[in-house]
Design a protein around this ligand. Structure first.
Ligand code: ADP
Ligand code: MG
Length: 690
């Protein structure tokens, strides 16, 4: 971006679209210039307004060039100094002996007495009135003074349309001030307004602003839902016969929760508008099976379905599951992953294009530009939180049969319909996040695990007890159980990650020579990795040393012990996911969280949260509390701008209210909705379309 000239309008320099947007450029904090503090009362550490007359001025040269002005006030002889390390001749001209100065700044203990270093100052006449408002301090950019921002905002506030977008009755019901009162108050608070309440965004004026911001979010999300209802998607009818045969072939009955979510999904995809549904279920709750049931509706209606997993291992596992379940019903399943090369790849692509692949399972390779589905009607994204928004968007462009006019070099015509989208995740989204960032999704929850699962006994151990752990591991495996030994993933450094796993493998192999120990990590070729995983699954290995490649989805029922090294480095949700790899069989399972010193108090608390809770929702809520929503979501993954003013944790009440008001406004007052969105989203709401 070109550098803006100094004389550009204030809003442009602040990166705002229009002068009106300055109305919502709200102060970070305030300075109190409504009261004068006597020079003799000015205490170090306080930020205050003082006034005095220059009695002496000197320019010192040592230890460095600086200007020192001595100030006096009538009736006091406590010396007070103004010190400036940078100054211009123009400033010096004003600092003559006898000049009356008003200074605002922090008082410092100086060598000779109290002083201010580079305060804000100006020359005043005796008895100049004090400000009757707190002075705002705005976010700014280099070279743009607070005074210029203040003036620009004052000008906009007098001219702008500040009409309320809420009816008086609505406001009264919520005990919120009017919009114009709120913004004017925040730009120029009364002296009696608590600075602490203002800065903590707790002042009633702030509540109004936060409410409006949350209302904007709720309105946009609802409008987005409505827009989706105008798009077309293929109707995927119920295929009772196929479904019955599928269920009859399963070695287990579906849980009540699985049955319920299957019905929810089926109701959605039977409509001519794209489904946009998130299927949440804790680790091991049986989401794959639900996904497979949904593909039956697509296939039975003559369309294709695609299942996308975040890693090669998971894609491979899902592929095997889908084949096991669908091929007996005569439904062809193909696999397409980034690692597939040559003939296998060409064959898979061809089957997808000509439609002979009814179901395609793979990694993001499925959604590259080159892959053209003949008739994709249902896209399923497993472990959706691991994908970015772009990848989710790429899915939506895959719908519809290729148009006849399409040829090489021609731009791809827009799809005739949008495929139904089913996203699956074991990372539970806390209610506040679900209501805001995911409010345009319908959510189905599998809130029940298959019967017979026992909670995983979890212990937190210091690394000093590693020997004990290794001894326990030996006994465990000797009794016929299998174990995982997980090494941490350090995102920035795949190499360190790799080394940790290789070292752990070597050490354990030396310590436990009579056990069969395999190694799987992210850098291995996928066929090697698959070979190791298959061997572990077949019981040919006792211990699998792995990096967090096994984090999600891996399913080995006989594995009932997991050791996680450097547990202190991992996120809570991640630990919970990892732990979910054990506890799938009949045996009582154990998870040992090994940590390395030094361990901070927070880190200890975090590990205890995982130890003491088996419920992914509780853990996610704690994770949110400890890390904040931005990090919880991962800015990259959410793709949505975070809220500027409201806080999802502390403003839950406002969020609930905003949701109710949004629904009401859309029904009753579309004109107010339009004005509200124009005020808050002058650029439109395109960011919501992921
Ligand atoms: P996740 O929800 O974590 O993806 P999976 O779909 O991998 O869980 O299922 C975990 C295991 O539970 C699999 O072995 C699966 O076959 C099995 N499973 C799924 N549904 C049931 C059920 N209703 N009863 C018993 N086992 C089930
Ligand atoms: Mg899964």
């Amino acid at each position: 971006m070109a550098k803006l000239a100094k004389e550009s309008p204030v809003h442009e320099r602040l990166g705002l679209d229009s002068a009106e947007a300055l109305i919502l450029h709200l102060p970070l904090r305030y300075e109190d210039e409504t009261r004068l503090t006597r020079l003799r009362d000015a205490r170090p550490g306080q930020a205050v307004l003082v006034e005095g007359v220059v009695s002496h001025l000197e320019i010192q040269t040592r230890p460095r060039r600086q200007l020192l002005a001595t100030l006096n006030e009538t009736g006091s002889n406590a010396p007070f100094y103004l010190r400036m390390l940078n100054f211009y001749p123009s400033q010096q001209a004003h600092l003559k002996a006898g000049a009356r100065l008003r200074l605002y700044g922090e008082v410092k203990p100086g060598f000779f007495g109290a002083e201010m270093v580079h305060p804000r100052w100006r020359v005043v006449a005796a008895n100049t009135p004090l400000s009757d408002r707190l002075t705002p301090v705005y976010p700014t950019v280099a070279g743009l003074s607070q005074l210029r921002i203040q003036k620009a905002i004052a000008a906009v506030l007098t001219g702008a349309d500040l009409t309320d977008t809420l009816a008086d009755a609505t406001r009264a019901g919520l005990a919120l001030p009017a919009f114009d009162e709120a913004v004017k108050r925040l730009h120029a608070p009364m002296p009696e307004d608590s600075q602490a309440a203002l800065e903590a965004h707790e002042h009633p004026a702030w509540r109004r602003i936060k409410f409006d911001e949350l209302l904007t979010q709720q309105l946009s999300l609802r409008l987005h839902c409505r827009e989706r209802d105008r798009q077309s998607a293929p109707i995927l009818a119920n295929v009772a016969k196929l479904t019955t045969r599928f269920i009859a072939n399963l070695p287990f009955p579906l849980t009540a929760a699985q049955n319920r979510v299957v019905r929810e999904i089926q109701a959605d995809i039977a409509k001519p508008h794209p489904m946009h549904r998130l299927l949440q279920g804790d680790v091991g709750s049986g989401k794959t099976c639900v996904a497979a049931l949904a593909t039956l509706n697509a296939v039975g209606s003559g369309y294709q379905a695609a299942v996308m997993a975040p890693t090669e291992i998971l894609a491979e596992q899902s592929y095997l599951k889908f084949r096991e379940w669908l091929e007996p019903l005569g439904i062809p399943v193909v696999r397409l992953t980034a690692a597939m090369k040559g003939k296998a790849r060409v064959q898979a692509m061809t089957a997808i294009v000509d439609g002979s692949a009814a179901v395609a399972v793979g990694t993001h390779a499925l959604f590259q530009d080159k892959v053209r589905f003949k008739s994709l009607a249902l896209a399923i994204v497993d472990e959706q939180h691991r994908f970015g928004v772009e990848q989710r968007l790429a899915l939506r462009a895959k719908g519809g049969p290729p148009a006849a006019s399409e040829g090489e070099g021609n731009p791809r015509p827009s799809p005739l319909y949008i495929p139904h989208l089913l996203m699956m995740s074991a990372t539970p989204i806390p209610r506040s996040l679900a209501m805001s960032y995911y409010a345009d999704l319908d959510v189905s929850v599998i809130d029940e695990l298959p019967p017979g699962r026992k909670p995983v006994a979890t212990r937190v151990l210091g690394s000093a007890r590693r020997d004990e752990v290794v001894a326990r591991l030996r006994d465990y495996c000797k009794s016929g159980a299998q174990a995982y030994w997980v090494c941490p993933l350090i995102e920035e450094s795949e190499k360190i990650d790799l080394k940790a796993a290789i070292d752990a493998h070597a050490e354990l192999t030396a310590e436990l020579p009579d056990l069969r120990i395999g190694l799987a990590h992210g850098r291995m070729k996928s066929n090697e990795k698959n070979a190791v995983m298959s061997a572990f699954k077949a019981g040919e290995l006792d211990i699998l040393v792995a990096t967090t490649v096994i984090e999600v989805g891996v399913d080995v029922a006989n594995a009932s012990l997991m050791v996680i090294e450097h547990a202190e480095r991992m996120g809570l949700a991640q630990l919970h996911q990892l732990r979910g790899r054990v506890g799938r069989g009949a045996r009582q399972s154990t998870c040992l969280l090994l940590y390395y010193e030094p361990l901070s108090e927070t880190a200890r608390q975090r590990l205890h949260i995982v130890r003491d809770n088996a419920d992914g929702f509780v853990i996610a809520r704690e994770d949110l509390r400890l890390r904040g929503p931005g990090e919880f979501m991962g800015a990259r993954q959410s793709g949505l701008p975070m809220l500027r003013f409201a806080d999802l944790e502390t403003d839950q009440d406002l969020l609930e209210q905003a949701r109710t008001v949004a629904a009401h406004l859309l029904d009753q007052d579309p004109e107010a909705v339009r004005r509200h969105l124009r005020r808050w989203l002058p650029r439109g709401s395109d960011y919501l379309h992921a």
